[in-house]
Each structure stands twice: as C-alpha cells, then as structure tokens.
Design a protein around this ligand. Structure first.
Ligand SMILES: [Zn+2]
Length: 226
C-alpha cells in the first residue's frame, strides 16, 4: 500500500476537525496538530520538549525551527511510516519548504493537501452561533443544535455563554489573519500539484465522501505511474 501523507488546510469553522477525526479512523493515520506534537515532546521530556516548554510557559510562540524538529522526531519514530495527517503545520510558505525538505531527505513526498473551504459569512454564522456551557463545556448552536431552553444547558442547567473566540468581530479578525497567511501557501501547494479543494459548506458526510473519492483516484494515478 502506498503512503498517505496528508496536510489539512482551511479556515476555522469549515469542518476541518470533523474530517480529521474521520480520516484518522478511516486510514489509521497518526494525527499531528502543532499543539499535539509539542505537548507530546513536552510530556516525553525530550531535549526539544524542554525547549518548547520554556516558550509555552512564557506564553510565547514556539519558533518554526523547533516545530520542524518536533515533526522530524515524529516521522523518525516509525509511527508515521504509512502516512500521517498534519494540521496547523505548515502555516506559511517557509514552513512548507521546510516540510518538503524533511520529507525529501526521507525519500517521501506529500500525497495531497486537503483544503476545506467555506465562505467567510458561513464561517461567521457557524462560529458565532455557538454557545458553550459555563460549567461542563457542553456546546450548542443557536441555529443547528439549540438547547431545549434558550441560554440554559440541557445537561446540567448551567448558563450558556458565547466565548470571546466565537464573537463575530473576533471570528472576522481570525479569518483575516487566516487569509493573509494561507493564500500564498495555497498557491504554493497548487503549484506543486498536490492541492485538493473541498467545499466545506456541504454536509460533513458529503465532504468526507468527496475526500475519500479523490484520495482513491489519486492513489490509482500514482500506482499507474510506478
Ligand atoms: Zn453543561
């Protein structure tokens, strides 16, 4: 079986998390978000983990170089030999070039970059409708998954609040940052012929089916070339 080396891209609220869960369970891939990789390194108390912890404890961004070293460690651990799903890295063209080098040095390359897109207005509608339980972290949506009684958690009767992250003006700001950073990265991957675009305003099931179909087609292509 050929490797399945995947990168997941897309704005917040486009359904990346749901698709990631499904891909991981479909293909048994290790899932690497930047946060997870760094937390693992910290938990293992490796040299790298100790360095990363200092930045994290000080509330500073962990530098690219450290993140790419952490990614390398995961690749060399053997657990990603059949593939992986990266999320949140690379975030910039510079990081993408680093990833390309890391893979090349190991005789590998990316199978596909899965870009799940959604219009800004749709993202704002999805995220700003979220309400979170003040006590148990239970999540609702005023439109898609409302509680039985407005503003009250079904499970424990706590008050439902809108997190700062979900306020429309905050969502718009996050989207602006996302577009700024990611537009050049999308072009870069497109130029490498690995980009696959998906319409995240479709249902999660539809997006999932489309991803599987495109990946299967890509694998046939790759086999023909070999
Ligand atoms: Zn609750």
């Amino acid at each position: 079986m050929s490797e399945l080396n995947l990168v997941l891209l897309g704005p917040p609220g486009a359904g990346k998390g749901t698709q990631a869960e499904r891909l991981v369970s479909d293909f048994g891939l290790p899932y690497y978000s930047t946060g997870i990789i760094l937390r693992e390194a910290v938990a293992e108390e490796s040299e790298l983990g100790k360095e990363a912890k200092e930045y994290m404890d000080n509330g500073e961004l962990v530098p690219d170089d450290l993140i790419s070293r952490a990614v390398k460690e995961r690749f060399d651990s053997g657990e990603a030999d059949n593939g992986f799903l990266l999320d949140g890295f690379p975030r910039t063209v510079g990081q993408a070039e680093v990833l390309e080098d890391i893979l090349k040095q190991r005789g590998r390359d990316l199978t596909a970059v899965l870009l799940i897109e959604a219009p800004d207005d749709e993202v704002v509608r999805r995220l700003s409708g979220r309400r979170t339980c003040a006590k148990g972290n239970h999540v609702y949506h005023v439109e898609f998954d409302p509680p039985k009684h407005e503003g009250v958690c079904d499970q424990d009767g706590s008050r439902l609040i809108q997190r700062d992250d979900d306020k429309p003006e905050t969502v718009r700001k996050r989207l602006a940052v996302y577009h700024d950073q990611t537009a050049p990265l999308i072009d870069w991957f497109d130029g490498k012929d690995v980009l696959m675009r998906f319409d995240g305003s479709r249902s999660p099931d539809e997006v999932h089916d489309l991803i599987r179909a495109k990946l299967a087609a890509k694998r046939f292509e790759d086999q023909d070339e070999q």
